[in-house]
Design a protein around this ligand. Sequence first.
Ligand SMILES: [Zn+2]
Length: 253
Amino acid sequence: MTGPGTNTYLIASGRDCVVLDPGPPEESHRRAIIAAIGNLRLRGVVVTHTHPDHAPLADPLAAEFGVHTYGYAPGPGFSPSRRLRDGDRLRFGEAVLTAVHTPGHTADHLCYRMGGTVFTGDHIIGGSTVLVEDMGEYFRSLDRIRALRPGRLLPGHGSRMDNAAEAIAAYIAHRREREAQILRAVGDGARTVAGVVEAVYEEVDPRLRFAAAGSALAHLRHLADQGKISLEYGEGTGDEPWEIAAVREAAVS
Ligand SMILES: [Zn+2]
């Protein structure tokens, strides 16, 4: 699920630095980060969200250097010693890193802005789309980052994006297109998550079907929130906990 791996950033200003998203607790990776810090003064360990490929090395690394960890909220394998809220600023050297709360991929997701650069974690990644827990929040968070008018994006996976406006516009367009496809699939008679995935995500690797189902469900909930369809939540069996009960609006093309 991590594509080419997780990106860890060492952000330096003068002699001071912070580490952003140190990653999983792998010894070789820990040694590589410490080698990169070298003679710099580590001032803190910053985390975008608590997924296991981003955060678990944060607490042990910070303990080793006697510095704080920063993040939105505790989660599996990570408990920030300083909790950040939207707009909170971290100063080190001449640099200021500003937390931007961007729920959607996860509820606890923070991006970090530094001048014209935004560190986007798993909100926007290079060369792929991301899994989304809450689509309404996710759309709002994309608008939020677009409104900052960043020049470049440095993601948690994949390559840097030097044309941020283009990358954000492509993300928003992709999500709108996906949602229109799903609404059409419901209009055409799909009544379960599996049915929607079948109709819309034809090309998906069978091993990633659970991920497609998660995204489809997030879109369906968003469509229901907008009053375009209604969902019926039953007892269900884990991966199929509900049915689409009714289409309130004819599918539009
Ligand atoms: Zn993630």
